[in-house]
Write a protein that binds this ligand. Structure first.
Ligand SMILES: [Zn+2]
Length: 354
């Protein structure tokens, strides 16, 4: 018996919640958890439970009903009701394009609300505004209705992402090139939004929080991550006392060593990074989640291709398996179901080898 097998087999059966929380701490698990730190909502699932966008982003009952499907219909170990990345930006005063059932809501970046650090004022209703309150209420409903067996994950956006929403992507990136001090002042003022909304979700009952901060591979470098975000992300571990899952899209191996030093529980990583090389860099300092490709594999290929990618992660001993980012809304359900099925098959094969 290999060490890795031993690690799985010595553990008696766990609930989904126990499984995810153990994997976030790199503790032994009965099997690898299937986890969605970002959204797995699809139009098919919306139809199934009659909870459609845009209402499912604004009505807590519909938001909870749609979120529950990842556990009840897909067989994932976690639920995640914050499908979008704009709930707190709406509360900050950004104009939102809410869209229809087949599209994501977006911030109207042509109308930025801030230009200078002094403009950054956090409104007193940050966590009572209808669009943030909706998230908190959905979390309470999910906990009440699904009990303690499933892991409930919330989401609080990091200051770099908030900078894009509130200043405009181009203006924010230009400022980061021209004026590092001013950029740091802005990040420092915006980080309170991340902390306050995160803590409010802890009070509402989440088990872990995804923290997307879009210092994305194709927009900024690893050196930028170290310069502007590593220290702040390290502080979040103290300021938001719950397992944190950092989400950054794109090729990120140039910053994974910095990310692994933050003390965050996990890094939600993109398919542009190989599981083996990523595990090697992280070296048990942080758990990895994700990697299953969205635009090609989950959206347009079949279950066999999904299975191949899941197996690659399991073979690399990636701690939690799931999609790389919020999945396309037209993703077929059978592709999503192939993820937990493959995990079960893989573990059965491992058992038989003993
Ligand atoms: Zn992403």
């Amino acid at each position: 018996m290999t060490d890795a097998n031993h690690e799985f087999n010595q553990v008696s059966e766990m609930t989904s919640r126990q499984r995810v929380l153990a994997a976030l701490k790199r503790e032994p698990v009965d099997r690898t958890p299937v986890c969605n730190p970002t959204s797995v909502a699809t139009v098919e699932l919306m139809d199934l439970v009659d909870a459609h966008f845009p209402d499912a982003n604004r009505d807590p009952v519909k938001m909870a009903r749609l979120a529950a499907t990842s556990y009840t219909e897909l067989g994932f170990d976690s639920v995640m009701p914050v499908f979008s990345i704009i709930q707190e930006s709406s509360a900050l005063g950004c104009k939102i394009q809410w869209e229809m059932k087949d599209n994501w809501p977006t911030v109207k970046m042509s109308e930025p609300i801030w230009a200078e650090p002094e403009d950054i004022i956090i409104p007193p209703d940050l966590c009572t505004h209808p669009d943030t309150h909706c998230v908190l209420e959905a979390i309470r409903i999910l906990r009440r209705e699904l009990g303690d067996d499933v892991c409930i994950i919330g989401k609080t956006m990091g200051p770099w992402s908030l900078g894009y929403h509130c200043f405009g992507v181009e203006k924010f990136l230009l400022m980061s090139l021209d004026d590092p001090d001013k950029t740091r002042q802005c990040l420092d003022r915006m980080k309170q939004v991340t902390i306050d909304f995160g803590r409010a979700q802890i009070d509402a009952g989440v088990d872990a929080l995804t923290l997307p901060d879009h210092a994305t591979g194709d927009l900024v470098s690893g050196a930028y991550y170290e310069k502007y975000l590593q220290e702040m992300h390290t502080e979040f571990v103290e300021d938001i006392p719950i397992p944190l899952i950092l989400h950054i899209c794109g090729r990120t191996v140039d910053r994974m060593d910095y990310i692994a030093q933050t003390g965050m529980a996990a890094f939600h990583y993109d398919s542009k990074n190989e599981p083996d090389e990523s595990m090697c860099i992280c070296n048990q300092r942080i758990s990895l989640i994700g990697n299953i490709n969205n635009p090609e594999t989950l959206y347009s290929k079949g279950p066999e291709s999904v299975t191949a990618e899941v197996r690659k992660n399991l073979d690399a001993r990636v701690q939690l398996v799931g999609a790389e980012c919020a999945i396309p809304l037209q993703t077929p359900i059978e592709n999503l179901k192939a993820i937990p099925q493959t995990v079960r098959d893989w573990h059965r094969e491992q058992d038989h080898r003993n």
